[in-house]
Design a protein around this ligand. Structure first.
Ligand code: CTP
Length: 422
Protein backbone atom coordinates (compact mmCIF):
# COMPACT_ATOMS: atom_id res chain seq x y z
CA UNK A 1 0.00 0.00 0.00
CA UNK A 2 1.34 3.46 -0.95
CA UNK A 3 2.13 5.92 1.80
CA UNK A 4 -0.73 8.23 2.73
CA UNK A 5 1.84 11.05 2.27
CA UNK A 6 1.00 10.52 -1.36
CA UNK A 7 -2.38 12.14 -0.73
CA UNK A 8 -0.86 15.52 -0.01
CA UNK A 9 -2.03 18.06 -2.55
CA UNK A 10 -4.38 15.62 -4.28
CA UNK A 11 -7.96 16.52 -5.17
CA UNK A 12 -10.62 13.99 -4.34
CA UNK A 13 -14.12 14.04 -5.79
CA UNK A 14 -16.15 12.16 -3.16
CA UNK A 15 -19.54 10.81 -4.24
CA UNK A 16 -21.66 9.94 -1.21
CA UNK A 17 -24.60 7.64 -1.90
CA UNK A 18 -27.52 6.91 0.42
CA UNK A 19 -26.61 4.35 3.04
CA UNK A 20 -26.21 4.30 6.79
CA UNK A 21 -22.41 4.18 6.23
CA UNK A 22 -22.59 7.76 4.88
CA UNK A 23 -21.73 8.92 8.39
CA UNK A 24 -18.30 7.28 7.97
CA UNK A 25 -17.74 9.45 4.88
CA UNK A 26 -17.56 12.45 7.18
CA UNK A 27 -14.59 10.84 8.91
CA UNK A 28 -13.17 9.98 5.49
CA UNK A 29 -13.26 13.67 4.52
CA UNK A 30 -11.61 14.69 7.78
CA UNK A 31 -8.80 12.15 7.39
CA UNK A 32 -8.22 12.94 3.70
CA UNK A 33 -7.85 16.61 4.56
CA UNK A 34 -5.54 15.83 7.48
CA UNK A 35 -3.30 14.12 4.93
CA UNK A 36 -3.26 17.28 2.80
CA UNK A 37 -5.87 16.33 0.18
CA UNK A 38 -8.76 18.58 -0.78
CA UNK A 39 -12.22 17.04 -1.05
CA UNK A 40 -15.15 18.16 -3.18
CA UNK A 41 -18.34 16.25 -2.42
CA UNK A 42 -21.40 15.24 -4.41
CA UNK A 43 -24.37 13.90 -2.43
CA UNK A 44 -27.22 11.85 -3.83
CA UNK A 45 -30.72 12.74 -2.66
CA UNK A 46 -30.75 9.52 -0.59
CA UNK A 47 -27.45 10.47 1.08
CA UNK A 48 -29.07 13.59 2.48
CA UNK A 49 -31.42 11.30 4.45
CA UNK A 50 -28.37 10.11 6.41
CA UNK A 51 -26.06 13.13 6.62
CA UNK A 52 -26.64 16.83 6.02
CA UNK A 53 -25.02 18.84 3.22
CA UNK A 54 -24.13 21.37 5.91
CA UNK A 55 -21.87 18.96 7.79
CA UNK A 56 -20.21 17.91 4.52
CA UNK A 57 -19.70 21.56 3.52
CA UNK A 58 -18.22 22.33 6.94
CA UNK A 59 -15.73 19.45 6.68
CA UNK A 60 -14.76 19.99 3.04
CA UNK A 61 -14.82 23.80 3.41
CA UNK A 62 -16.37 23.79 -0.03
CA UNK A 63 -19.76 23.95 -1.66
CA UNK A 64 -21.57 20.60 -1.75
CA UNK A 65 -22.94 19.53 -5.12
CA UNK A 66 -26.32 17.81 -5.19
CA UNK A 67 -28.56 18.63 -8.08
CA UNK A 68 -28.09 17.92 -11.79
CA UNK A 69 -30.80 20.37 -12.69
CA UNK A 70 -29.79 23.14 -10.34
CA UNK A 71 -28.94 26.23 -12.33
CA UNK A 72 -26.34 27.31 -9.83
CA UNK A 73 -24.63 23.91 -9.54
CA UNK A 74 -24.54 23.44 -13.29
CA UNK A 75 -23.46 26.96 -14.12
CA UNK A 76 -20.79 27.04 -11.43
CA UNK A 77 -19.44 23.56 -12.06
CA UNK A 78 -20.96 21.34 -14.76
CA UNK A 79 -21.10 17.59 -14.07
CA UNK A 80 -18.40 17.03 -16.67
CA UNK A 81 -15.98 19.35 -14.92
CA UNK A 82 -16.45 17.84 -11.46
CA UNK A 83 -14.10 14.98 -12.29
CA UNK A 84 -11.85 17.13 -14.50
CA UNK A 85 -11.01 19.15 -11.41
CA UNK A 86 -10.10 16.01 -9.40
CA UNK A 87 -7.22 13.52 -9.35
CA UNK A 88 -9.39 10.63 -8.18
CA UNK A 89 -13.08 9.87 -7.72
CA UNK A 90 -14.12 8.05 -4.54
CA UNK A 91 -17.58 6.53 -4.24
CA UNK A 92 -18.27 5.91 -0.54
CA UNK A 93 -20.56 4.48 0.52
CA UNK A 94 -21.26 2.69 -2.75
CA UNK A 95 -24.73 1.23 -2.42
CA UNK A 96 -25.95 -1.74 -4.48
CA UNK A 97 -28.13 0.72 -6.36
CA UNK A 98 -25.39 3.17 -7.40
CA UNK A 99 -23.03 0.32 -8.33
CA UNK A 100 -25.77 -1.15 -10.55
CA UNK A 101 -26.34 2.24 -12.16
CA UNK A 102 -22.63 2.77 -12.79
CA UNK A 103 -22.24 -0.78 -14.17
CA UNK A 104 -25.07 -0.23 -16.64
CA UNK A 105 -24.43 3.39 -17.51
CA UNK A 106 -27.54 4.86 -15.91
CA UNK A 107 -27.24 8.49 -14.96
CA UNK A 108 -30.34 10.15 -13.60
CA UNK A 109 -28.81 12.50 -11.05
CA UNK A 110 -25.66 14.57 -10.54
CA UNK A 111 -23.76 11.79 -8.71
CA UNK A 112 -24.28 9.12 -11.37
CA UNK A 113 -23.74 11.61 -14.19
CA UNK A 114 -20.47 12.79 -12.66
CA UNK A 115 -19.38 9.15 -12.24
CA UNK A 116 -20.21 8.25 -15.83
CA UNK A 117 -18.46 11.38 -17.11
CA UNK A 118 -15.38 10.78 -14.95
CA UNK A 119 -12.01 10.77 -16.69
CA UNK A 120 -10.11 9.94 -13.50
CA UNK A 121 -9.59 6.64 -11.65
CA UNK A 122 -12.60 5.57 -9.57
CA UNK A 123 -12.47 3.79 -6.24
CA UNK A 124 -15.67 2.43 -4.70
CA UNK A 125 -16.24 1.36 -1.09
CA UNK A 126 -19.42 -0.73 -1.12
CA UNK A 127 -21.75 -0.83 1.87
CA UNK A 128 -24.99 -2.81 1.94
CA UNK A 129 -26.88 -5.62 3.59
CA UNK A 130 -24.97 -8.92 3.29
CA UNK A 131 -27.72 -10.56 1.18
CA UNK A 132 -27.56 -7.65 -1.26
CA UNK A 133 -23.76 -7.97 -1.34
CA UNK A 134 -23.89 -11.70 -2.16
CA UNK A 135 -26.71 -11.33 -4.68
CA UNK A 136 -25.57 -12.49 -8.14
CA UNK A 137 -26.70 -9.18 -9.62
CA UNK A 138 -24.43 -7.17 -7.31
CA UNK A 139 -21.53 -9.58 -7.83
CA UNK A 140 -21.97 -9.41 -11.62
CA UNK A 141 -22.02 -5.62 -11.46
CA UNK A 142 -18.83 -5.63 -9.38
CA UNK A 143 -17.15 -7.84 -11.99
CA UNK A 144 -18.21 -5.49 -14.75
CA UNK A 145 -16.85 -2.52 -12.86
CA UNK A 146 -13.53 -4.10 -11.87
CA UNK A 147 -13.05 -5.26 -15.47
CA UNK A 148 -13.41 -1.62 -16.47
CA UNK A 149 -10.77 -0.54 -13.98
CA UNK A 150 -12.91 0.60 -11.06
CA UNK A 151 -11.08 -0.30 -7.86
CA UNK A 152 -13.16 -1.83 -5.07
CA UNK A 153 -12.32 -1.61 -1.35
CA UNK A 154 -14.33 -4.63 -0.18
CA UNK A 155 -16.77 -4.36 2.69
CA UNK A 156 -15.98 -6.09 5.97
CA UNK A 157 -17.87 -8.59 8.09
CA UNK A 158 -19.80 -7.61 11.20
CA UNK A 159 -23.18 -6.78 12.59
CA UNK A 160 -25.18 -4.46 10.41
CA UNK A 161 -27.54 -1.57 11.02
CA UNK A 162 -30.41 -3.85 9.97
CA UNK A 163 -29.62 -6.19 12.88
CA UNK A 164 -28.19 -9.00 10.70
CA UNK A 165 -24.60 -10.22 10.64
CA UNK A 166 -22.44 -10.73 7.57
CA UNK A 167 -20.26 -9.07 4.94
CA UNK A 168 -21.43 -5.63 3.92
CA UNK A 169 -20.06 -3.04 6.35
CA UNK A 170 -18.18 -0.27 4.55
CA UNK A 171 -14.39 -0.50 5.01
CA UNK A 172 -12.97 1.79 7.67
CA UNK A 173 -12.07 5.33 6.49
CA UNK A 174 -8.36 4.73 7.27
CA UNK A 175 -8.38 1.71 4.93
CA UNK A 176 -10.18 3.64 2.21
CA UNK A 177 -7.62 6.44 2.52
CA UNK A 178 -4.81 3.88 2.13
CA UNK A 179 -6.52 2.43 -0.94
CA UNK A 180 -6.91 5.89 -2.48
CA UNK A 181 -3.18 6.53 -2.00
CA UNK A 182 -2.36 3.19 -3.63
CA UNK A 183 -4.69 3.88 -6.55
CA UNK A 184 -3.12 7.29 -7.11
CA UNK A 185 0.36 5.80 -6.99
CA UNK A 186 -0.61 2.92 -9.32
CA UNK A 187 -2.19 5.23 -11.87
CA UNK A 188 0.86 7.48 -11.99
CA UNK A 189 -0.63 10.60 -10.41
CA UNK A 190 2.46 12.76 -9.80
CA UNK A 191 3.90 13.21 -6.32
CA UNK A 192 3.40 16.73 -5.02
CA UNK A 193 6.30 16.90 -2.57
CA UNK A 194 3.88 17.33 0.30
CA UNK A 195 2.87 20.84 -0.80
CA UNK A 196 -0.51 21.36 0.84
CA UNK A 197 -3.36 22.67 -1.29
CA UNK A 198 -4.29 26.29 -0.73
CA UNK A 199 -7.99 25.56 -0.22
CA UNK A 200 -9.68 28.31 1.79
CA UNK A 201 -6.42 30.14 2.51
CA UNK A 202 -7.14 32.97 0.07
CA UNK A 203 -10.68 33.60 1.24
CA UNK A 204 -11.37 37.34 1.21
CA UNK A 205 -8.60 38.09 -1.32
CA UNK A 206 -9.40 39.57 -4.73
CA UNK A 207 -7.51 38.18 -7.67
CA UNK A 208 -7.19 39.08 -11.33
CA UNK A 209 -5.83 36.69 -13.94
CA UNK A 210 -5.15 37.34 -17.63
CA UNK A 211 -5.16 34.36 -19.94
CA UNK A 212 -5.10 33.28 -23.57
CA UNK A 213 -3.86 35.14 -26.62
CA UNK A 214 -5.05 38.49 -27.88
CA UNK A 215 -6.18 39.11 -31.44
CA UNK A 216 -5.18 42.27 -33.22
CA UNK A 217 -7.25 43.03 -36.31
CA UNK A 218 -5.69 43.67 -39.71
CA UNK A 219 -9.06 44.08 -41.41
CA UNK A 220 -12.56 42.73 -40.61
CA UNK A 221 -11.54 39.14 -41.51
CA UNK A 222 -7.84 38.88 -40.61
CA UNK A 223 -5.87 39.26 -37.41
CA UNK A 224 -2.47 38.85 -35.74
CA UNK A 225 -2.39 36.38 -32.84
CA UNK A 226 -0.36 33.52 -31.32
CA UNK A 227 -0.62 29.86 -30.29
CA UNK A 228 -1.58 30.38 -26.64
CA UNK A 229 -4.38 27.99 -25.57
CA UNK A 230 -5.09 29.79 -22.30
CA UNK A 231 -4.75 26.50 -20.38
CA UNK A 232 -2.20 27.78 -17.88
CA UNK A 233 -4.03 31.04 -17.12
CA UNK A 234 -7.40 29.34 -16.82
CA UNK A 235 -5.91 26.71 -14.50
CA UNK A 236 -4.47 29.48 -12.30
CA UNK A 237 -7.85 31.23 -12.15
CA UNK A 238 -9.50 27.94 -11.16
CA UNK A 239 -6.86 27.22 -8.51
CA UNK A 240 -7.18 30.73 -7.03
CA UNK A 241 -10.96 30.31 -6.86
CA UNK A 242 -10.54 26.88 -5.29
CA UNK A 243 -8.32 28.55 -2.68
CA UNK A 244 -11.22 30.84 -1.80
CA UNK A 245 -10.19 34.00 -3.69
CA UNK A 246 -12.73 36.12 -5.53
CA UNK A 247 -11.42 35.81 -9.08
CA UNK A 248 -11.89 37.83 -12.25
CA UNK A 249 -10.43 36.14 -15.32
CA UNK A 250 -9.84 38.44 -18.28
CA UNK A 251 -9.37 36.13 -21.22
CA UNK A 252 -8.54 36.50 -24.87
CA UNK A 253 -10.19 34.12 -27.35
CA UNK A 254 -9.81 30.46 -26.26
CA UNK A 255 -11.73 27.24 -26.76
CA UNK A 256 -11.71 26.50 -23.02
CA UNK A 257 -14.77 26.36 -20.77
CA UNK A 258 -15.01 29.00 -18.07
CA UNK A 259 -13.21 27.91 -14.91
CA UNK A 260 -15.56 27.30 -11.98
CA UNK A 261 -16.35 30.08 -9.53
CA UNK A 262 -14.66 32.83 -11.58
CA UNK A 263 -16.12 35.93 -13.22
CA UNK A 264 -14.93 35.75 -16.81
CA UNK A 265 -14.52 38.83 -19.00
CA UNK A 266 -13.84 38.02 -22.63
CA UNK A 267 -11.78 40.38 -24.74
CA UNK A 268 -10.11 40.36 -28.15
CA UNK A 269 -7.35 42.94 -28.28
CA UNK A 270 -4.54 43.94 -25.93
CA UNK A 271 -6.10 47.35 -25.44
CA UNK A 272 -9.45 45.75 -24.50
CA UNK A 273 -7.62 43.44 -22.11
CA UNK A 274 -5.88 46.33 -20.37
CA UNK A 275 -9.13 48.30 -20.06
CA UNK A 276 -10.97 45.25 -18.66
CA UNK A 277 -8.19 44.66 -16.12
CA UNK A 278 -8.15 48.27 -14.98
CA UNK A 279 -11.89 48.26 -14.25
CA UNK A 280 -11.36 45.42 -11.75
CA UNK A 281 -8.89 47.37 -9.58
CA UNK A 282 -8.11 47.40 -6.73
CA UNK A 283 -7.01 43.76 -6.50
CA UNK A 284 -4.79 41.93 -3.98
CA UNK A 285 -3.32 39.46 -6.45
CA UNK A 286 -2.66 39.81 -10.18
CA UNK A 287 -1.35 37.00 -12.36
CA UNK A 288 -0.65 37.93 -15.97
CA UNK A 289 -0.53 34.66 -17.88
CA UNK A 290 -1.91 36.01 -21.17
CA UNK A 291 0.22 35.86 -24.29
CA UNK A 292 -0.50 39.42 -25.28
CA UNK A 293 0.30 40.31 -28.88
CA UNK A 294 3.20 42.75 -28.69
CA UNK A 295 2.17 44.67 -31.77
CA UNK A 296 -0.99 45.72 -33.53
CA UNK A 297 -1.62 47.23 -36.95
CA UNK A 298 -1.58 50.99 -36.50
CA UNK A 299 -4.88 51.49 -38.28
CA UNK A 300 -6.80 48.36 -39.22
CA UNK A 301 -8.76 48.51 -42.46
CA UNK A 302 -12.51 48.91 -42.16
CA UNK A 303 -13.07 46.80 -45.30
CA UNK A 304 -11.39 43.55 -46.31
CA UNK A 305 -8.05 44.30 -47.95
CA UNK A 306 -8.17 43.04 -51.53
CA UNK A 307 -5.32 41.56 -53.50
CA UNK A 308 -4.35 44.10 -56.10
CA UNK A 309 -1.85 45.15 -58.63
CA UNK A 310 0.15 46.93 -55.93
CA UNK A 311 1.26 43.56 -54.46
CA UNK A 312 0.99 42.52 -50.79
CA UNK A 313 0.08 45.32 -48.38
CA UNK A 314 2.68 46.70 -46.02
CA UNK A 315 1.41 46.58 -42.43
CA UNK A 316 2.63 49.30 -40.15
CA UNK A 317 2.80 47.91 -36.62
CA UNK A 318 2.78 49.81 -33.35
CA UNK A 319 3.51 48.44 -29.90
CA UNK A 320 0.63 47.40 -27.66
CA UNK A 321 0.36 48.59 -24.06
CA UNK A 322 2.12 46.32 -21.58
CA UNK A 323 -0.63 45.15 -19.25
CA UNK A 324 1.67 43.56 -16.68
CA UNK A 325 3.96 46.58 -16.49
CA UNK A 326 0.97 48.92 -16.22
CA UNK A 327 -0.62 46.96 -13.38
CA UNK A 328 2.70 46.55 -11.55
CA UNK A 329 3.61 50.24 -11.73
CA UNK A 330 3.69 51.99 -8.34
CA UNK A 331 0.48 53.76 -7.41
CA UNK A 332 -2.42 53.69 -4.97
CA UNK A 333 -4.11 50.75 -6.75
CA UNK A 334 -0.93 48.70 -7.11
CA UNK A 335 -1.86 45.11 -6.14
CA UNK A 336 0.00 43.54 -3.22
CA UNK A 337 1.35 40.72 -5.34
CA UNK A 338 1.86 40.94 -9.10
CA UNK A 339 2.99 37.79 -10.88
CA UNK A 340 4.10 37.78 -14.50
CA UNK A 341 5.08 35.03 -16.89
CA UNK A 342 8.13 35.00 -19.10
CA UNK A 343 7.66 33.01 -22.27
CA UNK A 344 11.16 32.41 -23.60
CA UNK A 345 12.81 30.28 -26.24
CA UNK A 346 16.44 30.73 -25.14
CA UNK A 347 18.46 31.72 -22.03
CA UNK A 348 15.21 31.40 -20.13
CA UNK A 349 16.34 32.44 -16.63
CA UNK A 350 18.44 35.36 -17.80
CA UNK A 351 15.62 36.83 -19.89
CA UNK A 352 13.09 36.18 -17.13
CA UNK A 353 15.21 37.97 -14.50
CA UNK A 354 15.54 41.00 -16.74
CA UNK A 355 11.81 40.94 -17.51
CA UNK A 356 10.89 40.87 -13.82
CA UNK A 357 12.97 43.97 -13.16
CA UNK A 358 11.83 45.77 -16.30
CA UNK A 359 8.13 45.15 -15.65
CA UNK A 360 8.43 45.68 -11.87
CA UNK A 361 6.42 42.58 -11.03
CA UNK A 362 7.04 40.79 -7.71
CA UNK A 363 7.37 37.27 -9.07
CA UNK A 364 7.87 35.88 -12.52
CA UNK A 365 7.15 32.39 -13.77
CA UNK A 366 9.64 31.56 -16.49
CA UNK A 367 8.88 28.90 -19.05
CA UNK A 368 10.52 27.62 -22.18
CA UNK A 369 8.01 27.86 -25.01
CA UNK A 370 10.26 26.57 -27.80
CA UNK A 371 8.16 24.40 -30.14
CA UNK A 372 10.07 21.28 -29.02
CA UNK A 373 8.77 21.66 -25.45
CA UNK A 374 5.11 21.53 -26.55
CA UNK A 375 4.26 24.10 -23.86
CA UNK A 376 2.24 26.43 -26.09
CA UNK A 377 -1.06 24.68 -26.70
CA UNK A 378 -0.04 21.59 -24.68
CA UNK A 379 -1.06 20.30 -21.26
CA UNK A 380 2.40 20.18 -19.62
CA UNK A 381 4.67 22.98 -18.50
CA UNK A 382 8.18 23.17 -17.07
CA UNK A 383 8.59 26.36 -15.09
CA UNK A 384 10.94 28.25 -12.80
CA UNK A 385 9.43 30.54 -10.17
CA UNK A 386 11.60 33.62 -9.62
CA UNK A 387 11.00 35.49 -6.38
CA UNK A 388 13.68 38.11 -5.86
CA UNK A 389 16.96 36.22 -6.05
CA UNK A 390 15.31 32.87 -5.29
CA UNK A 391 14.67 30.49 -8.17
CA UNK A 392 12.51 27.38 -7.70
CA UNK A 393 12.75 25.04 -10.67
CA UNK A 394 9.84 22.61 -10.83
CA UNK A 395 9.83 19.34 -12.75
CA UNK A 396 7.64 18.98 -15.86
CA UNK A 397 4.09 19.16 -14.51
CA UNK A 398 0.54 19.19 -15.75
CA UNK A 399 -0.60 22.83 -16.08
CA UNK A 400 -3.23 22.23 -13.36
CA UNK A 401 -0.44 21.15 -11.02
CA UNK A 402 1.70 24.19 -11.91
CA UNK A 403 -1.34 26.33 -11.07
CA UNK A 404 -1.93 24.53 -7.79
CA UNK A 405 1.71 24.97 -6.71
CA UNK A 406 1.77 28.61 -7.71
CA UNK A 407 -1.41 29.30 -5.77
CA UNK A 408 -0.04 27.44 -2.75
CA UNK A 409 3.00 29.77 -2.91
CA UNK A 410 0.68 32.80 -3.18
CA UNK A 411 -1.28 31.59 -0.14
CA UNK A 412 1.99 31.15 1.80
CA UNK A 413 3.00 34.67 0.80
CA UNK A 414 -0.21 36.12 2.21
CA UNK A 415 -0.08 33.93 5.30
CA UNK A 416 3.45 35.16 5.96
CA UNK A 417 2.52 38.84 5.67
CA UNK A 418 2.74 40.41 9.11
CA UNK A 419 0.60 43.35 8.13
CA UNK A 420 -2.77 42.54 6.58
CA UNK A 421 -2.00 43.15 2.90
CA UNK A 422 -5.70 43.64 2.05
N1 CTP B 1 2.53 41.02 -21.06
C1 CTP B 1 1.52 41.96 -20.91
N2 CTP B 1 1.28 42.85 -21.91
C2 CTP B 1 2.01 42.84 -23.05
C3 CTP B 1 3.04 41.89 -23.20
C4 CTP B 1 3.29 40.99 -22.20
O1 CTP B 1 0.85 41.95 -19.89
N3 CTP B 1 1.74 43.71 -23.99
C5 CTP B 1 2.84 40.13 -19.95
C6 CTP B 1 2.55 38.67 -20.18
O2 CTP B 1 1.24 38.35 -19.79
C7 CTP B 1 3.58 38.04 -19.27
C8 CTP B 1 4.76 38.99 -19.32
O3 CTP B 1 4.21 40.25 -19.71
O4 CTP B 1 3.15 37.97 -17.95
C9 CTP B 1 5.86 38.64 -20.25
O5 CTP B 1 5.37 38.34 -21.52
P1 CTP B 1 6.33 37.81 -22.64
O6 CTP B 1 5.53 37.55 -23.87
O7 CTP B 1 7.19 36.73 -22.09
O8 CTP B 1 7.30 39.04 -22.85
P2 CTP B 1 7.19 40.35 -23.66
O9 CTP B 1 6.83 41.46 -22.76
O10 CTP B 1 6.30 40.16 -24.84
O11 CTP B 1 8.69 40.55 -24.11
P3 CTP B 1 9.52 39.81 -25.28
O12 CTP B 1 8.58 39.69 -26.44
O13 CTP B 1 10.65 40.73 -25.50
O14 CTP B 1 9.96 38.49 -24.74
Amino acid sequence: MASVQFLSGKRILLVIAGGIAAYKSLDLIRRAREHGASVRAVLTAAATQFITPLSVAALTEDKVYQDLFSLTDESEMGHIRLSRMADVVVLAPATANILAKLAHGLCDDLATTALLAADKPILAAPAMNHRMWHHPATQANLHLLTDRGVRIVPPTEGSMACGEHGIGRMAEPADIIGAVATLLADTGCPETDGIPPADGRLRGRRALVTSGPTREPIDPVRYISNHSSGRQGHAIAAALAAAGAEVVLVSGPTLLPDPPDCRVVRVETARDMLAACQTTLPRDIVVCAAAVADWRVESDATQKIKKGAGGPPVLHLVENPDILATLAAPGPDRPTLVVGFAAETETVLEHARAKRVRKRCDWIVANDVSPATGTFGGTMNTVHLLRGDTVDSWPPLDKDEVARRLVAAVADRFAAATVDPG
